[in-house]
Design a protein around this ligand. Structure first.
Ligand code: ATP
Length: 270
């Protein structure tokens, strides 16, 4: 096992928009580096406005996109060497995504309990000690729900907040070491956001899971994160301890973000 859980090493991603010859190059992520230590679970926020490259960076961490240059290693394994279906499944055991819109994460025609049982079957090697009902119920309990509550229900029969909890329970069935959550609360009612964000703290403290929290929302990032990076136009402009950076931002862009966030919402998050 490596001393590092995740190593993002001088990673860049360039897209070509339009035709191959006539297209314009878009540098979505530029030379980004950071590390998460193994055995020291933390909430690491990637902050930036729309178009700053957060999603592209998180997709590379999830091995959905490949970098144009640079390297990503998870648990010592270079993500570029993950090629077979078996390798991919092994990676997904350890790294799980949570997406912005929980309603898009689930097939609307499939019952939620069936979805969770399917996921359990897929990752059964991760936790073969429990019968499917018990494993699914246990995962749901970790997010404040139960199998009884979601049984026989379809995604549209739950609130966005409840469904995002189910998405987190589904991620937990894989027994991951890292969850990459891309704007996980932005589509959820403001009143429920803090409960999801608090859940991340519980996953970190009680289950030892590290969380990469991708957001444009400084208030929740301030409230929940241990460390942050602030991205502008693909580059990291500031990084460090979340409270230190957000209390006294040094870079003009970080200051600008903080000033823009000094709205009632931000104050409420402090
Ligand atoms: N598949 C793609 N093809 C071309 N350009 C892309 C692609 N994906 C992202 N981009 C561009 O890369 C830049 C960074 O986008 P990205 O989605 O990573 O930013 P973001 O900070 O996550 O923004 P948002 O919060 O709006 O999703 C943007 O200019 C975007 O238009």
């Amino acid at each position: 096992m490596s001393d590092l859980l995740l190593e993002v090493c001088q990673v860049s991603k360039t897209f070509i928009r339009g035709g191959v010859l006539t297209g314009r190059r878009v540098a979505a992520v530029k030379d980004v580096s950071f590390r998460l230590a193994a055995g020291r679970p933390e909430i690491f926020a990637i902050i930036g406005e729309s178009g700053s490259g957060k999603t592209t960076l998180s997709r590379m961490i999830l091995n959905i996109d490949t970098p144009t240059s640079g390297k990503l290693r998870f648990d010592g394994v270079d993500l570029a060497t993950i090629r077979t279906a078996g390798d991919r499944l092994a990676f997904m055991h350890k790294v799980q995504p949570i997406f912005q819109n929980p309603f898009e994460s689930f097939n609307p025609l499939k019952r939620i309990d069936r979805y969770l049982f399917m996921t359990h079957r897929r990752f059964i090697a991760a936790d073969g000690r429990l019968a499917p009902e018990m494993a699914v119920d246990e995962a749901l309990h970790k997010v404040g729900l139960s199998l009884k509550e979601v049984s026989r229900r379809y995604p549209h029969e739950l609130s966005g907040g409840q469904l995002q909890r189910v998405a987190i329970a589904r991620a937990l069935l894989a027994n991951p070491k890292l969850i990459v959550a891309d704007e996980p609360v932005s589509m959820i009612d403001a009143s429920l956001r803090i409960s999801i964000v608090n859940l991340f703290k519980t996953l970190r403290d009680d289950l030892g899971i590290s969380i990469i929290y991708v957001t444009h929302d400084l208030a929740t990032a301030y409230y929940v994160s241990d460390r942050i990076i602030i991205m502008q136009q693909g580059s990291v402009v500031e990084s460090g301890d979340a409270r230190a950076v957000l209390n006294a931002p040094q870079h003009p862009y970080s200051r600008q973000l903080r000033e823009a966030a000094l709205l009632p919402d931000f104050a409420a998050g402090l």
